[in-house]
Design a protein around this ligand. Sequence first.
Ligand SMILES: [Zn+2]
Length: 373
Amino acid sequence: MSTANETYPADGRPQERLRVRGVVLPSEEWAEFWIANGRLTREPLPGATTVVDGGWLLPGLVDAHTHPGALRPGDPLDPALLRRHGRKHLAAGVTLLRVPGSAGRLPAWFGTEPDQPRVVSAGRWLGLPGMFYDGWARHVGADELADAAVEEARASGGWCKVYADWVVGEEGLEAPPLPAGLLAELTRRVHAVGGRVAVHAQTEHGARAAVEAGVDSLEHGLGLDPALLDRMARRRTALVPTFTVWETFEQVARASGSDRFRAWFRAVHARLGPLVSAAHEAGVTVLAGTDSYGTPELPHGRVAGEVRHLAAAPMPAAAAIGAASWTARSFLGFPGLGHDAPADLVAYDRDPRTDLAVLDRPARVIHRGRVIR
Ligand SMILES: [Zn+2]
């Protein structure tokens, strides 16, 4: 059905002209936008339907560390699951995902279809044999790792994801981390083709290798020496602490039956909040990532919980929200709310900075110019 109130975006589906207004974060400016063809405009559009009238407008939320599409280690990528997981994120106001590692190359429709968030992907998880799960990781030898990283970054259109260490039991504490020189060379190679490098590190040695290599993001960062934070800030290495997944890790530590592993985990976990707080103070870009897989313990669409963990670190509430919105978008190359920006936004009736629980109840989610809820 076609009416004068509709425009026709590239995918051919009719799209209504919309109007939203409210206080924009982070600028705190009162703004009014019209929406057509998936974009925001300041130019009034006659006949537009007002879908947000007051309240707070944020650029669409971002989960900077999530793994949709496969539940259990070794499972292949399941397209139906991928679609369901994408919708879960979107319903929660998450309009952009960074997927640092997946069970296979993500299909082109994921990240482009109207009912799916936008996606920044990193190809397969990459590690030396023994790092990360068999069947999920692309395990390659040390002499092939840089070539493989370049290949994954090229194929994914931007990022690759590399393991600097792997600790899910006592033996991981003894295993040697990825040699720092190798990670530095890999990073140079990926940067030379315009790619970016995300590095998993849970130990002091792994985190040090990542920071010294000048990678683009340090995932988890347990055990990171706070003395390296200034260097991270200078080299613009972001920190994605993934508090959400560590909440579930106490059970992993118990199940390991190793007192030593449990003691190690408790110690590094207890230091993570102060570390994140110090990272923010030092000017490191801290991002919200849940490390969700879609399991009952780690469901998708819960980035609001990660924001509350960041705020509890503590980080200022506005910075914690930015870590899951404007700061993350900027880090990944996406604009905030402004004229001609993509119409990806989330609206709240109350100011989420004064009550982070508000993030669980978006009044509106608009994605690619369409009302999602
Ligand atoms: Zn992960």
